[in-house]
Design a protein around this ligand. Sequence first.
Ligand code: ATP
Ligand code: MG
Length: 230
Amino acid sequence: MSLIELKRIVKSYPLDGLQLKILKGIDLQIEDGEFVAIMGPSGSGKSTLMNILGCLDKPTSGSYVLDGQRVDNMTADELAEIRNRKLGFVFQGFNLLPRTTALENVELPMVYANVPAAIREKRARDALTKVGLKERMYHQPSQLSGGQQQRVAIARAVVNEAPIIFADEPTGNLDTKMSVEIMKLFTRLNEELRRTIILVTHEDDIARYARRIIRLVDGEIYSDERNSRD
Ligand SMILES: Nc1ncnc2c1ncn2[C@@H]1O[C@H](COP(=O)(O)OP(=O)(O)OP(=O)(O)O)[C@@H](O)[C@H]1O
Ligand SMILES: [Mg+2]
């Protein structure tokens, strides 16, 4: 059984009394330990698909089995529980809390997961050290560079040991040097810590780091290829 199994996933929104189909029947399997890039033109449905994969949104129809569990018909509370235990997110624009230290930002998902304070702090320190921010734990987001803020966001995504990490345009606002740094970090998370990584990007240079590239066009999978790097 695959880690992720989507069957005939449809997402539609009501528009002028009609249903506008955004995802038109996606069939997709992703195995444990894969590193996948999702590409495609603006409006092709990448974020919509990511939100469904990440249990942030439900499909209109179709089935989604995540790690052996049927999730497409779960309640909002059940989905939140799955997200807390299994999923980490790196959002575009970082989503860090302002006027809050890097350390506290990284502790946040563990606050939601009711991890005791002492353990929380230790894990957050370890995660920030791993992303090279040992010397910046007490800085607030405004006191960090874009790449450093992004690394805080990644530390926060991995700190509850989520086996699956979702990232939507994780290098969106970064220069080339910072982007390379971030992608090396994802590669290490994938290769050394065996985390499954699914990221959205519109840049070929970024997608190159993934081992599989899925292209969406107009709500459908247009191509699904192993990266030639292998
Ligand atoms: N809540 C909504 N109601 C109606 N239409 C929506 C809604 N959310 C998204 N859409 C439409 O769904 C389509 C796909 O949106 P989505 O955000 O998934 O695109 P994307 O591939 O991530 O694009 P981008 O590269 O610009 O981020 C768009 O045409 C968008 O207008
Ligand atoms: Mg998008």
